[in-house]
Design a protein around this ligand. Structure first.
Ligand code: HEC
Length: 273
């Protein structure tokens, strides 16, 4: 009797918590819709970055996003890394030289500008976040790890499912949705996916803004997809390695589990039980 009361109490509490959380969600004026899940080459246990997509995404970043956003944790040389955009060393050297980097102090104690080198981090478009805020009205966040920083949990019970189906691309889905979320033609700062809907970044990119040389469509959707993939790579450059190691570990554990099972059978074979 006592036990059934306890169980029914627990069920009632759970139901209460669930209905409360859905009411709280519905009433929150800042709640934004959950971004749709996109299909990415780097999703799932066998995920791999698409090299051509990363190269296109880098072009979008360089020609559009880099005018406002810094990416100060990423070294230019990593563009040649395996599992990344994999530009050739010569291409990366030429790319780096196009940047102006502040260096110094020199022998007379002054800072000076020089051409970039592959070992430099990407230089920032503004001297500091305050200067960016003064010029743009809001400080644009550094994009180095934004795809991880804007990851989110889908809440109970979906986050449990996400762990099972290995859904880890929430951040990339959010960036994709954000860039496609300027759906009010009269207000360039209205965004369907930004919490509160008023974003300090006016629609940054539209159809035809960047020229692709590999025949991919020059559309907003394609740009958003490519730059989101690129930002996923900057946030987790070792993703492919991590997934490969994970797979090897799982195979090892399976074999080990089999061996342990047969060992147990053999050890206990002659014991009466
Ligand atoms: C004209 C300047 C400008 C350009 C160009 C620009 N951004 Fe932004 N971005 C901003 C500002 C300013 C903010 C901060 C907005 C805020 O906090 O309200 C921002 C915020 C963001 C955010 C964070 C949103 C959040 O959830 O907090 C992301 C992601 C982002 N930008 C991605 C991009 C990408 C990708 C590009 C290139 C396609 C790009 N931006 C181009 C100015 C810019």
């Amino acid at each position: 009797m006592v036990r059934t009361t306890k169980i029914s109490l627990a069920v009632a509490a759970l139901a209460g918590a669930l209905s409360f959380s859905s009411i709280a969600m519905a009433a929150d004026p800042h709640a934004a819709p959950t971004p749709d899940r996109q299909s990415w080459t780097f999703g799932g246990p066998f995920g791999k970055f698409d090299q051509a997509q990363l190269q296109r995404g880098f072009k979008v970043y360089r020609e559009v996003c880099a005018n406002c956003h810094s990416m100060s944790r990423v070294a230019i040389r990593t563009l040649a890394d395996e599992g990344g955009p994999q530009f050739s060393d010569a291409q990366v050297k030429a790319l780096a030289a196009e940047y102006k980097v502040k260096d110094g102090p020199n022998d007379s104690g002054e800072m000076f500008e020089r051409a970039g080198r592959p070992s430099d981090k990407f230089p920032s478009p503004f001297a500091n976040p305050e200067a960016a805020r003064a010029s743009l009205g809001a400080a644009p966040p550094d994009l180095s790890v934004i795809a991880k920083a804007r990851s989110y949990s889908r809440g109970f019970p979906m986050f449990l499912l996400d762990a099972v189906i290995q859904y880890q691309e929430h951040g990339a889905d959010y960036i994709y949705a954000l860039l496609n979320g300027y759906t009010d033609a009269n207000d360039p700062n209205w965004n369907a996916y930004f919490p509160g809907h008023k974003i300090g970044m006016a629609k940054p990119i539209d159809n035809g803004a960047v020229e692709y040389t590999d025949g991919s469509p020059a559309t907003l959707q394609q740009y958003a997809k490519d730059v989101s993939a690129f930002l996923m790579w900057t946030a987790e450059p070792k993703l492919e390695e991590r997934k490969k190691t994970g797979l090897r570990v799982m195979i090892f554990l399976l074999i080990l589990a089999g061996l342990v099972y047969f060992t147990k059978k053999k050890v206990w074979a002659n014991v009466q039980h």
